[in-house]
Design a protein around this ligand. Structure first.
Ligand code: GLN
Length: 554
């Protein structure tokens, strides 16, 4: 498997500790190269044995990110898409489980008949195919950036780094580049920055035959020339290739700080890239707006994974994008859904200007979400329900407005009489848990004169899905008679994709995940309008024109 001639390959590895922001670093490198006019794509290698993260608990893994073509992937793909403003695909996400699965399937099909199947060359060859895949059929990408999950020295990561070693050897000169992200900690006792952890992690890389070309050193204080010289000497790189990755207040500033160090220029030189100067003015303006909002609002997120904000990563980032478009900073109040009862809903939701119930699975915390939604509906607090947040809004409406007292979803109460949310027919009888949901992008047709249509200004939209259940069509007419508007439907009109309710300033639920399509410089229209409605609620409440109503509305 020869490297394609026209495409250049950058590998981003990590050392010392995890959570240094390798995903953000890869996304930022992608952006600074794209802004020089290059065609760039970014992929993630995850060395775990799961075939994809789809079956993992958010507490283990954070959010599961879904691509247009329905791949369930690592949340780093979200950073890549948000930074480089390109839609990625299943080719951009590879796990060790996927690699082994492919090799073992081929072995069972007799494709290696006669040979012993081994890590080298069979697993490494399979990995090399994945390195190349995102370059496109006609090598139409100028640069493919590959981020390797985990840290150097992890047992699981070994085959990936070995495959990269082989691949770089097969590349022509100036076709591949290894950027290693490490930590340069400041030790209070001695009052010094310490380079030893970086030296050791580079040593580990060099032991397996990988010499990093550029070191990105995470640090909370400036790296002076002496430190850069010392790191360079011990790690076998010129001091000019030691880049200071200083801590910044906001992840969207990282590309700008890389450009200050001329990382783009260095990569251009090392890979002999033909490209212009970076055009970063739009991005700079965006970052300035994050730092200088006109005001603040607070959105309550009521879910069950509130202890780990990474479970709702894309939603939080969508708030940043939508906040910029509305000139406000969006603060989040985490509301643990297991703790919301009718009697304390006012207290739990106090101070919020909008409520969002995000996606989720399983029955834990569902009743609390329903209580919170009832409070926001009755008190005219802007509401945005995403996936499970649409389903719980429908259950709430069925129970408290349509008087179907025990209405529920068959996910939580399989034998319930009023199964207002039910399994989609094609989901019945499926036993496998991985990659079997309704996944990826589907079209949706919008009704005119609705918040949904106003937001998108389009009739047919496409959004990404990840769910098994849907609104039960048998209840549609009862709901409609009571004031629910089915504002977005699948083109065959069989699936409810979006709902709104009457007599409420902004109450919208969608069966898809709009947060997966919000981009840094292009906020998602639904988030933009939800934040706009929350801003309006905020100013009205400051003037005393909103706030808890005494009457329980319809
Ligand atoms: N558990 C619900 C379903 O499977 C909602 C899924 C979600 O919120 N992503 O339909």
């Amino acid at each position: 498997m020869k490297p394609p001639k026209k495409t250049k390959f950058i590998f981003v590895t990590g050392g010392v500790v995890s959570a240094l922001g390798k995903g953000i670093a890869a996304a930022s490198i992608g952006l600074i190269l794209k802004q020089r006019g290059l065609k760039v794509t970014i992929q993630k290698f995850d060395p775990y044995i799961n075939v994809d993260p789809g079956t993992m608990n958010p507490y283990q893994h954070g959010e599961v990110y879904v691509t247009d073509d329905g791949a369930e992937t690592d949340l780093d793909l979200g950073h890549y898409e948000r930074f480089i403003d390109e839609s990625l695909s299943k080719l951009n996400s590879t796990t060790a489980g996927m690699v082994y699965y492919n090799v073992i399937t081929k072995e069972r099909h007799g494709e290696y008949l006669g040979s012993t199947v081994q890590v080298i060359p069979h697993i490494t060859d399979e990995i090399k195919k994945h390195i190349i895949a995102p370059a496109g059929k006609h090598d139409n990408m100028d640069v493919v950036i590959t981020e390797v999950g985990g840290t150097v020295g992890d047992i699981e990561g070994g085959p990936f780094l070995e495959a990269i070693r082989q691949f770089c050897l097969e590349c022509s000169p100036r076709q591949s580049l290894i950027i290693h992200l490490t930590l340069v900690p400041y030790i209070e006792n001695s009052g010094e920055l310490k380079t030893k952890p970086t030296q050791h992690s580079v040593m580990r890389l060099r032991e397996i035959g990988l010499q990093p070309d550029i070191l990105l050193c995470r640090t909370d204080r400036p790296l002076d020339e002496d430190i850069k010289r010392k790191i360079g000497l011990f790690c076998n790189v010129p001091p000019s290739h030691v880049i200071e990755g200083k801590n910044v207040q906001n992840i969207y500033e990282v590309p700008l700080s890389f450009e200050q160090e001329d990382l783009g220029g260095l990569i251009k030189k090392k890979l002999n890239l033909r490209c212009g100067e970076p055009e970063m003015t739009g991005w700079e303006k965006f970052v300035q707006k994050i730092y200088h909002p006109d005001g603040e609002i607070t959105i309550g997120i009521c879910g069950k994974y509130t202890q780990l904000p990474d479970s709702y990563k894309s939603i939080l980032e969508s708030f940043v994008h939508a906040g910029v478009e509305n000139n406000v900073k969006v603060n989040v109040k985490w509301i643990d859904s297991e703790e919301v009862y009718s009697r304390n809903a006012a207290n739990k939701l106090s101070g919020i200007d909008g409520l969002l119930v995000p996606g989720g699975f399983g029955d834990r915390g569902i009743e609390g979400m329903i209580n919170a939604i009832q409070y926001s509906r009755e008190n005219k607090i802007p509401y945005f329900g995403i996936c499970l947040g649409l389903q719980t809004a429908v259950i709430e409406f069925a129970r408290n407005v349509c008087n179907l007292k025990k209405a529920n979803s068959t996910e939580f109460a399989p034998k319930v009489k009023h199964n207002v949310i039910d399994l989609m027919p094609e989901q019945r009888g499926i036993i496998d848990k991985g990659a079997t949901m309704r996944l990826g992008e589907y079209p949706c047709v919008l009704k005119k004169n609705t918040h949904a249509h106003k937001a998108y200004s389009e009739i047919v939209i496409k959004e990404r899905h990840r769910h098994r259940l849907e609104v039960n069509n048998e209840y549609k007419s009862i709901f409609a008679d009571n004031g629910m508007n089915f504002v977005g439907m699948s083109p065959d009109e069989k699936l409810v994709e979006m709902i709104e309710i009457k007599d409420h300033p902004w109450f919208l639920g969608c069966q898809f995940h709009p947060e997966l399509k919000s981009r840094a410089v292009r906020a998602h229209p639904l988030f933009r309008d939800f934040i706009k409605a929350a801003k309006k609620y905020h100013s009205a409440s400051k003037k005393g024109k909103t706030g808890p109503q005494t009457k329980t509305g319809k």
